[in-house]
Design a protein around this ligand. Structure first.
Ligand SMILES: *[C@@H]1O[C@H](CO)[C@@H](O)[C@H](O)[C@H]1NC(C)=O
Ligand SMILES: *[C@@H]1O[C@H](CO)[C@@H](O)[C@H](O)[C@H]1NC(C)=O
Ligand SMILES: *[C@@H]1O[C@H](CO)[C@@H](O)[C@H](O)[C@H]1NC(C)=O
Length: 336
């Protein structure tokens, strides 16, 4: 997924299975509690199959990190996300389109000068990297070990789930967070932290993801970086105290925006992406309303920061007020 040139992977084919799994887990937990067994967080070594069907975490929320807070985005902040190619922005630019508060851009493809220019133009910058998957062609890709890699991500050949508890994986991610700090990013958007919801080949559990987010928070907090949770609806309750925003894909398509509304209730924004058919040209009003109306499939999405995007996450974006913008980008493939 080095350049996001194929559609985002779909974990949704497992959706039904997961819902079923959650229901089973609720019943099992209910029975266990009834029998006075008590389940605790951090229990390792469950012999689950790797479909993620019995990994609903049961522990308490993580403690809020102490110390001074980094910059944190606010509910309803406006944004743009571009992961295909990089923004073309002259150092002397006097404006950037769209004129939104926050840009979410690729950590590796974006030079520091672009981030500096965005800052000069009054924008905050969230830097995207994959936290839970191996991608070929990243500058640090050769540091990953075969033993830490699981199955390919569905729809992303060559990209593989990572063992989130591995010391080597964590060391590499520490390097990525430090790179974000060096480049002057205001926050980070680590992707693919929901391996437990997918056929990952590593027996990853939701508790592994909670532990990994906790580790990332221990890196970002001292570096004054804001931290986001990408998707991973099952672990919101535990992770909410240590993250500052949500980046959600397709909660309307999946009719699950209400889960993510927990962020809004906690005063934290949900940066919400949908990929409507026909994105890339002016969308029909009925289509926009479907994704923006806070009702029907979009129930629970009130106060989300919604962008309508093409699946390749290029410079095109449409907002709920129907405005369209196309951010100028440079094809990074042609530079290699
Ligand atoms: C930016 O402006 C400075 C001073 O006006 C000029 O020297 C420089 O060449 C400009 N840079 C670009 C990339 O246009
Ligand atoms: C933390 O980062 C924000 C911008 O993201 C900046 O305004 C603030 O001064 C930084 N604080 C420290 C202590 O560096
Ligand atoms: C996952 O768990 C199964 C069942 O316990 C085990 O046979 C398998 O070796 C485990 N796989 C990994 C990669 O740990």
């Amino acid at each position: 997924m080095a350049d996001k040139s194929a559609p985002p992977r779909s974990s949704w084919s497992l959706r039904r299975k997961i819902i079923l799994g959650v229901l089973v887990a609720i019943i099992v937990i209910g029975l266990a509690l009834g029998l006075g067994l008590g389940l605790t967080i951090g229990r390792k070594g469950d012999d689950d199959d790797d479909s993620g069907s019995e990994t609903t975490p049961t522990g308490a929320p993580l403690p809020t990190p102490t110390g001074t807070l980094p910059w944190t985005p606010k509910v309803k902040d406006t944004w743009q996300i571009i992961l295909l190619n990089r923004i073309e922005l002259d150092q002397n630019a006097t404006a950037v389109s769209p004129d939104v508060s926050i840009y979410d851009i690729d950590l590796f493809n974006t030079p520091k000068t672009t981030i500096d220019t965005l800052h000069r133009l009054g924008k905050k910058v969230i830097c995207y990297f994959s936290g839970g998957s191996y991608e070929p062609n990243r500058p640090d890709s050769d540091q990953f070990k075969e033993e830490d890699m699981g199955k390919d991500l569905e729809g992303w050949p060559g990209e593989r789930w990572l063992r989130l508890g591995s010391e080597n994986v964590r060391r590499i991610m520490k390097g990525r967070v430090e790179e974000a700090s060096r480049k002057g990013c205001d926050g980070v958007d680590p992707d693919n932290v929901d391996g437990y919801q997918n056929e990952n080949g590593l027996n990853l559990t939701a508790d592994d993801s909670i532990s990994f987010m906790s580790y990332l928070s221990s890196l970002t907090t001292p570096l004054n970086l804001s931290l986001g949770l990408k998707n991973a609806g099952d672990i919101i309750r535990q992770v909410l105290p240590i993250v500052h925003f949500s980046v959600n894909e397709e909660c309307v398509k999946e009719s699950e925006c209400e889960r993510f509304h927990a962020f809004i209730n906690a005063g934290k924004p949900v940066f919400h992406i949908e990929y409507p058919d026909g994105a890339g040209s002016d969308l029909k009003l009925s289509m926009i309303n479907h994704y923006c109306d806070d009702s029907g499939d979009a129930k629970g999405s009130e106060d989300f920061s919604t962008v309508l995007k093409k699946m390749d996450l290029d410079g095109w974006v449409q907002y709920c007020d129907r405005s369209i913008a196309i951010t100028e980008t440079i094809n990074t493939k042609s530079e290699r």
